[in-house]
Design a protein around this ligand. Structure first.
Ligand SMILES: NC(=O)c1ccc[n+]([C@@H]2O[C@H](COP(=O)([O-])OP(=O)(O)OC[C@H]3O[C@@H](n4cnc5c(N)ncnc54)[C@H](OP(=O)(O)O)[C@@H]3O)[C@@H](O)[C@H]2O)c1
Length: 333
């Protein structure tokens, strides 16, 4: 796996892929790689104009696949629902749902539904989107070729804690803690979803990935929102010196989304220097990210807050342990 590149992705002809946040950065490079291999890619973006620019840029490569723009604002559950309706009206299949979009270390803001924006966009928006597209994924996957949900996390998840008493940072807010919480939530969700899909015998797998450190727009949004020129310049310099290009950073994600030897519940990241760069490899995420009790509790809270329920059984019901047991495990958080 150590020299793997996007050229080694299997042929994607006839496959439908939804990429959130596909107008720039890692999402755009994912969309480029998928269409180069023949996939029909939906650019799920909050700005239609930016998505159209990205579409034109990727089309200039002369890809084999097709690109469709559909509006999706993950900071607004009405938009998430409208996207899911528009997608299911227009497409019959969904082979890969690429939960990629994100914001990092921004000053405290709220989404249309009153969620802290990093938790709301990075986790809750994707939680709702996945639930609303689950029927399409289930109808598309087969035992031999399961559909995949691949959720983008970050190495920063390692410092994350799920603060169930103040999920939205209303009492105290630190922009990096909120980002880390959202990226830990991405992993807890990805693994819990996989457990539930398996318990249901559904032909869908859920995986996760992280890009290491890749030069994208992500690092400049926070400093820009704070109006800090010094931090903006600092982030630009760090990107120029330390980061790998987006087309390299997206490789672990593409591996997780397409390779036959990748399977549900796995996590992929770059295997080079401090897992910040390099070719994709399978990795372990933090101990906390595998805590089933925390995952169970987060799942329940996410269903409640988004109003999107999943028609999937609690995997613990079949092994004799109860939801209450699972919830107890999270008492440390
Ligand atoms: N770059 C890295 O080093 C790095 C490291 C670890 C993890 N990641 C993760 O990788 C993912 C992609 O980030 P990136 O580096 O490619 O950053 P990016 O260049 O800033 O791209 C982020 C994408 O998310 C979209 N987005 C933001 N808010 C949204 C919303 N409310 N609704 C829909 N889309 C929204 C952005 O749209 P606009 O252009 O309209 O803002 C953009 O398309 C994120 O989940 C991030 O946490 C990145």
């Amino acid at each position: 796996m150590s020299t793997w590149t996007a050229a080694e992705m299997p042929d994607q002809t006839g496959r439908t892929v939804v990429v959130t946040g596909a107008n720039t950065g890692l999402g755009k490079e994912a969309a480029r790689a998928f269409t180069a291999k023949g996939a029909d890619v939906v650019l799920a973006c909050r700005s239609e104009a930016k998505a159209r620019d990205a579409k034109a840029d990727i089309e200039a490569d002369g890809p084999d696949g097709s690109l469709t723009v559909l509006e999706l604002d993950l900071a607004d559950l009405d938009s998430v629902r409208a996207f899911a309706d528009a997608f299911t009206d227009a497409f019959d299949d969904l082979h890969v749902l690429a939960n990629n979009a994100g914001v990092m270390a921004i000053p405290r803001r709220e989404t249309a539904d009153g969620f802290e924006t990093q938790f709301g966009v990075n986790h809750l928006g994707h939680f709702a989107l996945t639930g609303l597209l689950l029927d399409a994924l289930r109808a598309t996957g087969t035992g031999a070729d399961p559909a995949r949900v691949v959720t983008m996390s970050s190495g920063v998840h390692e410092r994350g804690r799920i603060d169930f008493d103040d999920l939205h940072g209303e009492r105290s807010y630190d922009k990096w803690d909120a980002y880390a919480q959202s990226k830990l939530a991405n992993l807890l969700f990805a693994y819990e979803l996989d457990r539930r899909l398996e318990a249901a015998g559904a032909p869908v797998e859920s995986l996760a990935a992280h890009p290491g450190y890749a030069a994208t727009d992500l690092q400049r949004r926070g400093p820009e929102m704070m109006g800090s020129t010094l931090r903006t310049v600092g982030m630009r310099l760090a990107n120029a010196v330390l980061a790998q290009p987006a087309e390299q950073g997206v490789l672990p994600y593409l591996y997780a989304a397409t390779m036959p030897d990748a399977s549900g519940g796995e996590y992929y990241g770059p295997g080079g220097l401090a897992n910040m760069r390099g070719a994709p490899e399978r990795q372990r995420s933090s101990k906390r990210s595998y805590e089933e009790g925390t995952a169970y509790r987060l799942w329940s809270v996410s269903e409640e807050q988004t109003g999107v329920g999943y028609d999937l059984p609690d995997p613990r019901a079949s092994d004799g342990s109860s939801a209450a047991d699972a919830t107890d495990v999270s008492a440390d958080d």
